[in-house]
Every structure is written in C-alpha cells, then in structure tokens.
Write a protein that binds this ligand. Structure first.
Ligand SMILES: NC(=O)c1ccc[n+]([C@@H]2O[C@H](COP(=O)([O-])OP(=O)(O)OC[C@H]3O[C@@H](n4cnc5c(N)ncnc54)[C@H](OP(=O)(O)O)[C@@H]3O)[C@@H](O)[C@H]2O)c1
Length: 326
C-alpha cells in the first residue's frame, strides 16, 4: 500500500488550520486511478472552504485541482493507463496531496506541449473562463466586456480569452502594478478600482456605452458599481465574492439600471457529466495551444508551505496563478 502526504483540516479558520499529514493510501478501487501528483493548482475557493464560508464535513482535505502521472489503474478503467499525464478540477476536495486516488471519469489527458505546472496552474480557472465567455454570456466581436480582479488567476484568463474573441476588454485591479498586468493579459484599458471614481473611469473607458457584460468575482466592494457599468439590457455575472458577499438586492434596481440580467453561476454544474467536461477541457486546451489563453504563474510554493500561499492570496499580494509543488 502506498503512502500519501496531504493537507487535512479538522476545523475551519485561518491558514494555521492547514495540517500536513501522512496516511496510508489504499489501492485504487473500481473506476479509479492512483496519481502521483506533480503540481497542484491553488484557487480562491480553497480560501472560502478553509475559512468555513463554504462549509465541508470535517475532517476534510482541501484543493480542487492537480496534475500528475497515473501510477496504478483500478478495475474497469479502459481509457487511461499507467504513465499517462492527466489533470482534474472537479474530483471533490483533496487535491492538496502528493498522491491521490481519483475517478478516471474526472480526468483528462494533458496534451503534449502543455507542462504539468501550466495545466495545474490554470485548468480550474480556464474551465471557469470557458463557460463564462462561451455559455453564461457568449462574447461576440465588438462587445465591450468588463472584468474585475483582472490581474488575478481567473481574471487574466478571462481578459485574454475575451480579447481573442474580438471584444474590447476593460479590466479593474487593485493597484497600478496590477493594472499593468491586466493590460499585458489583454485588457485594452485597466482601471485601479481602489480609487473612489472607478465607476466613472470605467464608463469613460467605454466611451459612455458601458459594458455588454460585467464579470464580477469581487462582489461586496464592486457589485453596486457593476450595475452602473452595465449597458442597458446588459448582463452582470456575479461569480465569486473575494471581498465578501454582495449586498442584498432589490430586484427593482435591475429595471432602474436598464433592464439588466443578473446571474450567479458556478463551474461545477457546467461540467457535471464526463462528456461535457471533456468537451469543455478540449476547448480549454485548444485555447492554450492557440495562445488565446496562457498560464501566467505568479508564484510557486511547496506543499509544506501551503499556508503561505493562502496568506499571500488573501492579502491580495498575488497576480496570475499560484502553483503548489507536492
Ligand atoms: N463561480 C465559479 O465558477 C468560480 C470558479 C473559479 C473561481 N471563482 C471566483 O473567481 C475569483 C477569482 O479566483 P482566483 O482563484 O483566480 O483568485 P484571484 O483572482 O487570483 O484572487 C482574488 C482577487 O480578488 C481581488 N480582491 C478584491 N477584493 C479583495 C479582498 N477584499 N480580499 C481578497 N481579494 C480581493 C484581488 O485582486 P485586486 O488586488 O486586484 O483587487 C485578488 O487578487 C474568486 O472570487 C473565485 O471565488 C468562481
């Protein structure tokens, strides 16, 4: 029987609740494979779950995304074999580990030319950007698109993908340095939303037309401004809450602000069945290979120092994606 080093939580709280443990790892069961993980992706949802904002039953592992090499294959697995390089983003929490058993149906092979680090860094984030620009609102050439937290992990990918689809992309970020990163990721204009007049600056950058779609993952600090930045009949997509939950909404406001559409989607229902998941993953890999999306890795941490990755992300010290090395 193999052994695994993994992060375990027995309580929710600050980064100090993340404990590294060594446990026996059973042989992979029917339909599962055993992975030696080579790179783990950090995502902001890991913070919500660590802090208990999205409660999990304890004890629990943490982390949604990793890449690795298949070492053992369970009974009935026919489409994957030992030695295959694979990545996952929706196999239940527990990606913070050096070895793990994962259902084969939750895995996709990493194409040649894409490294394990690049795949682990952005697979979850790019799968998020994929449904946001293709399904929640299908971005069209000429659309004006507003992306908050544009220098972040999902933010940079959203900006570059919307740009590649022919949109004019306006990004917001929390500092001048982050605005530079947002522009480098594909924003035609980037606005520092720590300034009081950021809404007026965004509207100005659209030439007064406002945005056809606003992608808002910041919520508390941005949501009311997002409604003001959306064009009549435009869509506000609330898909995260990095600054805290959005304020309660009087739906009459959607009428007053211009017959707006509002939605609060999630990546998991968009990838609920294996066929859809693998088709979406193929779209993501094609976007990576065409250059529409690239892995911008802003920082790397060892699994032993995972708490430092959480501290950096929570204090807004990061840009791009964070990779954890087991
Ligand atoms: N619904 C879905 O399907 C889905 C899937 C994946 C991710 N998400 C959401 O997408 C967002 C981005 O995820 P990510 O992993 O790529 O993280 P990230 O964008 O790299 O990090 C979050 C960013 O939010 C901004 N922010 C604004 N106010 C903040 C505050 N008070 N505290 C902390 N950060 C604040 C920061 O950028 P600035 O310093 O520039 O403000 C920070 O860098 C998260 O909200 C996440 O929950 C949603």
């Amino acid at each position: 029987m193999a052994q695994a080093r993994s992060i375990s939580l027995t309580e929710f709280g600050g980064p100090e609740v993340l404990r590294l443990v060594t446990t026996d790892l059973p042989d992979p069961g029917p339909g599962d494979v055993q992975l030696r993980q080579t790179a783990i992706g950090f995502n902001y949802i890991d913070i919500y779950q660590r802090a208990g904002k999205y409660p999990l039953p304890t004890p629990t592992g943490l982390g949604h995304e990793a890449a690795g090499v298949i070492e053992r294959v369970g009974e009935g697995v026919t489409d994957l074999r030992s030695g295959d390089r694979v990545v996952y983003m929706n196999a239940g929490v527990g990606a913070y580990a050096d070895r793990r058993n994962v259902p084969a149906a939750k895995l996709v092979k990493i194409p040649d030319g894409i490294s394990d680090d690049a795949a682990a860094a952005i697979f979850f984030k790019a799968m998020t950007a994929q449904y946001l620009v293709k399904k929640t609102y299908a971005v069209q050439p000429g659309d004006i698109v507003l992306v908050h937290a544009a220098a972040g992990g999902v933010g940079q990918i959203l900006c570059s993908w919307a740009n590649a689809l022919g949109a004019t992309v306006i990004g917001t970020a929390g500092s001048a340095e982050k605005c530079d990163a947002a522009r480098a990721a594909g924003c035609h204009a980037a606005i520092d939303y720590s300034k009081d007049d950021w809404v007026a600056q965004v509207i100005d950058a659209t030439g007064g037309k406002k945005a056809r779609v606003v992608y808002d993952s910041v919520a508390k600090h941005t949501f009311m401004g997002s409604l003001d930045c959306a064009a009549p009949f435009g869509m506000v997509v609330l898909f995260g809450a990095a600054s805290g939950p959005a304020p309660a909404l009087d739906t009459e406001l959607l009428n007053k602000k211009g017959c707006l559409f509002l939605t609060r989607p999630s990546v998991f229902p968009h990838n609920a069945d294996t066929q859809t998941f693998r088709a979406n993953a193929a779209d993501v890999f094609a976007a990576m290979q065409s250059g529409a999306v690239r892995a911008s890795i802003g920082a790397q941490y060892d699994l032993d120092h995972i708490a430092d990755a959480h501290r950096a992300a929570e204090s807004r010290a990061t840009m791009g994606a964070i990779v954890i090395k087991p």
